[in-house]
Write a protein that binds this ligand. Structure first.
Ligand SMILES: [Zn+2]
Ligand SMILES: [Zn+2]
Length: 329
């Protein structure tokens, strides 16, 4: 397995001299360097000792411009190491490029955003409604747990957290993320670095991330029926037409289930007018009037309960209210 992902968690601050990246990335150094590392303007102040003397050799520039790495051990252990300008270059991770490549590999919309958390960035959003996909690269369990806690505080729920490996993801982190319906995935097991520098996903993002999307609630038929009745009530109170009012066509066509001809006969109008009214109903309700016939039992029970409560209401109220109802009819 490629050492790329583990290397990212081994390099503190994600910035190091080439020799450190080279040993961490092993055979993938050239490809990863070209695709995802960038050169900083400042140069290294120290370099790792090739002999493992126990210190980082301090980079010292001689008067002639030559560079050496000087051992700082007490007592002094190593000879000075001659260095070239390339040896002391600082290479750091290009978060934008890596973030975009990961988003692309998973087929998500790249959406880069700082979260104000150490070595953590939103890199994508999955699906149109936007499940945030966050990448964090930590060096230890404490840092990882801190990020998990902060993300939950900020994003509250339903996000996907990615990290190079799963080695800092323990039962505690799992429990926390599980509580807020957030998912964790390690890139090591999901992505392959191709020779071109592109990343390739072994599993589709739909398969991985879909369980963390907010549930889309199917509207409850009774709620739909209530909304429809409320809209019909509105139309009825407007009473702009005398012939075949929409509320009457609704009653005959949707509740009684009569065909358009029969509705026309009942309303003493032409079938064309009924068809027009059905069109108006469709516009107003955003639903096919024929489909609403399935809700007829719901309409009945809702209206029954309304009539009951209205009857009680009237019973308790004065006669003035009753006369108001009479006027309306
Ligand atoms: Zn040394
Ligand atoms: Zn030393």
């Amino acid at each position: 397995m490629s050492k790329v992902w583990q290397c990212l968690e081994d390099i503190h601050g994600l910035v190091a001299v080439p020799v450190t990246w080279r040993s961490g990335l092993a055979g993938s150094f050239e490809v990863f360097h070209a695709a995802y590392l960038r050169t900083r303007t400042d140069r290294a102040k120290s370099i790792p000792c090739p002999n493992g003397c126990g210190c980082a050799h301090e980079v010292v520039e001689h008067r002639d411009g030559s560079l050496v790495g000087v051992c700082r051990c007490e007592p002094w252990n190593c000879e000075d190491i001659r260095l070239s300008a390339e040896d002391v270059v600082l290479l750091e991770l290009n978060w934008q490029k890596l973030g975009r490549a990961i988003a692309r590999a998973f087929g998500c919309d790249a959406k880069l955003g700082e979260l104000g958390l150490p070595h953590t960035m939103q890199i994508a959003s999955f699906s149109g409604i936007g499940l945030p996909v966050v990448l964090t690269i930590q060096n230890g369990r404490d840092g990882f747990q801190n990020v998990v806690g902060q993300l939950i505080a900020r994003l509250r729920e339903r996000f996907v957290l990615l990290a190079p490996t799963g080695r800092f993801y323990d039962a505690h982190a799992h429990g926390l993320l599980n509580c807020v319906k957030a998912g964790f995935f390690n890139l090591e097991s999901l992505l392959t670095l191709l020779p071109s520098g592109l990343l390739q996903a072994r599993t589709s993002s739909g398969e991985l991330f879909s369980p963390f999307l907010p549930e889309v609630k199917e509207p409850v038929p009774e709620e739909v029926a209530r909304q429809v009745l409320a809209l019909i009530g509105e139309l009825h109170s407007q009473k702009t037409v005398r012939k075949a009012p929409v509320s009457e066509v609704f009653r005959l066509y949707c509740k009684e289930g009569y065909a358009a001809e029969r509705v026309a006969k009942e309303c003493r109008c032409s079938k064309a007018l009924v068809v027009l009214r059905l069109k108006q109903l469709r516009m107003k309700l955003g639903r096919d009037p024929a489909e609403l016939r399935q809700l007829s039992s719901h309409f009945e029970s809702i209206e029954d309960s309304l009539t009951d409560s209205r009857a009680k209401h009237i019973h308790r109220e004065s006669a003035i209210d009753e006369s108001r109802f009479e006027e309306e009819d």
